[in-house]
Ligand binder design. Structure first.
Ligand code: NAD
Ligand code: ZN
Ligand code: ZN
Length: 390
């Protein structure tokens, strides 16, 4: 089959690799029709993880079931399904509680809780930027989609259920966002956009979003967010102005350890400390941007060890609470699917490009440079949807 293979920093290629296949009786085999490039793929693409060359990328996957193992009960050949980026067993102590991002069985390394498709340090599973994907624990990890999912245009919304829509939602859950809250989101990439959409669904009073890319800020305005361009103003001061000097009730971090200033100087503490200063006393913060235990490519000695110069004194003094971590996609995807089906959420508003898989190396380059107009890329391994105008 054709698949997008990681070859080294900023080098990916579409290659022929052995077909994905059923390996255990609980596996499901999916022919991928839509698969996204994610901001998390860029950490790997840039060589800022220990991703092994030769592995297939892609963890935001949707397609049609083509084969099921003998032990699979409810998923059937022909079903259209979307998979969480997490690979989870469904029956360990953490999965039982909905904490599927920290599954205790799916990662063969007993020191690591949680696994994912095509991801550094998250188990041996191949990604879905490929013609075929093996889905372990298929009954648990496949979410069946309605019939209209056969329409590639509808897949634009449904494929966001694999990761970023639930992850944006998770940021607002970790931050305890309630109707009427003032919320500040740092990062206007796909995840920040989905946090803004989640705030709209939860009916916040004001949703403020901080970034420096005018196209991304303009996109967030479409779902009612107030844009704050940190290349033009001090974002903390702006949040204070908009909240009568009180600070936002809730804050969402949707950037991660490669946070930088508008000139490109990296500082993994930057967004976290701005959040502490933008959020009110006793406010709550959700951090879904990825931070890593080691970062040999980090900007300073602290960062290289995965450590952050966090303003803990101010955080403590303000009595704030922070939630962190990978999203438990399975915990939210069915309800968010219902919102899409009912026409109450249309996450596809961020899609800028739909391309055949063969265009993936080119697309990685553009998306990695955060070029204007490259907000979210969907790849079609079956070649469908090659029209970039959506
Ligand atoms: N927790 C999870 O389960 C999960 C899931 C998906 C993605 N992620 C992570 O979420 C983060 C965002 O993903 P994305 O797809 O939106 O990626 P992205 O890189 O496209 O978006 C990040 C945005 O942050 C902006 N930014 C950088 N530094 C900033 C700063 N100091 N202040 C304000 N904005 C700043 C960038 O301009 C960019 O628009 C990544 O770290 C990704 O790995 C986490
Ligand atoms: Zn992702
Ligand atoms: Zn589990």
């Amino acid at each position: 089959m054709k698949a997008l293979v990681y070859e080294g920093p900023r080098r990916v290629a579409v290659k022929d690799v052995p077909d994905a296949r059923i390996e255990r009786s609980t596996d499901v085999l999916v022919r991928i029709t839509s698969t996204n490039i994610c901001g998390s793929d860029l950490h790997m693409y840039e060589g800022r993880t220990d991703m092994q060359p030769g592995r297939v990328l892609g963890h935001e996957n949707l397609g049609e079931v083509v084969e099921v193992g003998d032990g699979v009960d409810q998923v059937q050949v022909g079903d259209m399904v979307v998979m969480p980026f997490n690979v989870a067993c469904g029956f360990c102590e953490n999965c039982e509680q909905g904490l599927t991002a920290f599954c205790l069985l799916s990662n063969p390394d007993p020191k690591i809780g949680g696994a994912a498709f095509g991801f550094a340090d998250m188990g041996p599973y191949q990604g879905g930027q490929a013609e075929l994907l093996r889905v372990p624990y298929g009954d648990f990890n496949c979410l069946k989609l309605p019939e209209d999912a056969r329409d590639v245009r509808k897949q634009r919304d449904y494929v966001m259920l694999a990761d970023i829509f639930p992850t944006g939602w998770h940021a607002t859950q970790l931050a305890c966002v309630q109707p009427g809250d003032n919320v500040v989101i740092y990062g206007g990439g796909p995840v920040g956009q989905m946090a803004a959409l989640s705030c709209k669904i939860k009916t916040t009073a004001q949703t403020m979003i901080v970034d420096r890319h005018p196209d991304r800020l303009a996109l967030a305005e479409k779902v009612g967010a107030i844009p704050i361009n940190d290349a033009e103003c001090d974002p903390v001061e702006r949040v204070m102005e908009l909240t009568n000097g009180k600070g936002a009730d809730r804050g969402c971090e949707c950037i991660g350890y490669q946070a930088h200033d508008p000139q490109g100087h990296e500082d993994p503490s930057m967004a976290l400390n701005r959040l502490v200063n933008s959020v009110r006393f006793a406010g709550t913060i959700g951090v879904v941007g990825v931070y890593v235990p080691q970062d040999p490519g980090g900007a300073n000695d602290l960062a290289k060890q995965g450590k952050v110069g966090f303003d803990f004194g101010m955080f403590w003094f303000k009595g704030q609470t922070m939630g962190t971590g990978q999203c438990n996609v399975k915990n939210y995807n069915r309800r968010l699917l219902d919102l899409i089906s009912a026409g109450k959420a249309k996450p596809s508003y961020i899609v800028s490009h739909e391309l055949p898989l063969t265009e993936a190396p080119n697309a990685y380059q553009h998306f990695d440079s955060r070029e204007p107009g490259w907000t979210k890329v969907i790849l079609h391994p079956d070649g469908g949807g090659s029209n970039p105008s959506v």
